[in-house]
Design a protein around this ligand. Structure first.
Ligand code: SF4
Length: 385
């Protein structure tokens, strides 16, 4: 029995109010022991002692972007060395190499509607025979499947029809909510120059993913100048979407790390104690959810997050860098395995779709996964190790 009545309610499967969540947070800032142990109990109850990851190749299809978020180093300008405009051939070659490395996921990433702003993007599409970025993505996803990889597209605010088309080949898709706060879109705030990050626009895309029954990855960015109320409201919005459509397959909790070439370069990275408290709060708000932190963004301490509620490391690539956080290379999979083991957890490789969402996708896609699938709906050890 815990001292906190609210946490006892959580353990008894009772809904807790926004006010109670806030109180739990403020108590945990003084002493996190009860919150952390509740998160651990729930994690163990719903996720056992395994921790998953997805073995992926990151295909940086095009990193021109019509928006400008203050923390982003992914976006390139024409002429910059980091500009990526992958041709059809480069995409195919990288997918072939990824298969040789026994990657499972083909992660397709683009900037936000690049052709709306840049002539270079329009020329690139024309040269490769496409009229839009989404048409390119549909084609690239088909190639990935042909080569034996499973596509997961994260291309910003796609419209309903584009998402419906991509669902035919993508086993899941991703769109970070980031934060639901309008305040963070005001002048001087990180999302001021990013219309795609307006909460209403973001929520509409996530709603569409629900209507289309797309297994969806979303999440929040922590440490970009938000308040705890804004974090809790963002998590509540994700929870509500999931209650309505049942299609949110995982929540990524990403800690802000300042990037040298961005407007936020002098801001501090997210405080680890604050970050851990939010991880544990997420677990108690959504006890059965798959909750992920990227291990490369907490390189010294990622395994300690296993004791505050996470059950997934997200995508780790043995082949390509994390183009969103290029200065934080992914740890080697063998190292993650070792660290997970010493924390008392077994590392398992999953598809970019979690087993509990298989019924959301076509039989054809389900059958393709069976070739390398084990009885748990995860990837066979002999394939990925
Ligand atoms: S975070 Fe995404 S939307 Fe924002 S500037 Fe970078 S690529 Fe564009």
């Amino acid at each position: 029995m815990l001292n906190s009545e609210s946490l006892n309610n959580v353990l008894e499967n009772k809904e807790i109010s926004r006010q109670s969540i806030l109180e739990i947070y403020h108590n945990a800032i003084k002493d996190p022991t009860e919150l952390f142990s509740t998160a651990q109990i729930l994690r163990e109850k719903y996720k056992g002692n395994s921790v998953t990851f997805s073995k992926k190749a990151f295909l940086n299809i095009i990193n021109l972007c019509k928006d400008s978020c203050s923390y982003c180093t992914y976006k390139a300008e024409p002429g910059e060395e980091k500009l990526s405009l992958m041709s059809n051939q480069q995409t195919t070659e990288l997918l072939e190499l990824a298969k040789k490395y026994k990657c499972v996921e083909a992660l397709f990433v683009t900037g936000e509607q690049p052709e709306q702003r840049y002539q270079e993007a329009r020329d690139w599409l024309k040269e490769n025979g496409f009229s839009s970025t989404s048409e390119y993505l549909i084609h690239a996803s088909e190639i990935a499947l042909e080569k034996g990889l499973f596509p997961h597209t994260n291309a910003g605010n796609l419209n309903y029809d584009e998402m419906r088309e991509l669902k035919k080949t993508n086993v899941s898709m991703g769109l970070m909510l980031e934060n639901i706060s309008k305040r963070l879109t005001e002048k001087g705030m990180p999302h001021y120059l990013a219309t795609s990050k307006r909460p209403k626009a973001r929520l509409e895309i996530l709603e569409n993913s629900g209507k289309l029954r797309i297994p969806m990855t979303t999440g929040i960015l922590i440490g970009i100048g938000e308040t705890i109320e804004e974090i809790i409201d963002s998590l509540l919005a994700i929870k509500e979407l999931h209650q309505k459509y049942g299609n949110i397959q995982e929540v990524i909790l990403q800690n802000f790390q300042p990037k040298q070439d961005t407007r936020m370069k002098d801001e501090p990275s997210a405080d680890e104690k604050y970050f851990k408290t939010i991880v544990a709060i997420s677990r108690i708000m959504m006890p059965e959810m798959n909750i992920q932190i990227p291990p490369n963004l907490s390189p010294k301490s990622y395994q300690s997050f296993l004791s505050v509620g996470i059950n997934d490391w997200g995508g780790i690539s043995p082949l390509t860098p994390d183009f969103v956080n290029p200065e934080f290379s992914w740890p080697e999979i063998s190292k993650v395995d070792e660290n997970s083991k010493s924390a008392g957890f077994k590392l398992k490789c999953r598809f970019p779709i979690y087993p509990e969402f298989f019924s959301f996708i076509s039989k054809e896609l389900q059958d393709k996964m069976k070739e390398i699938q084990n009885e748990e709906g995860l990837v066979k050890e002999e394939y990925w190790r």
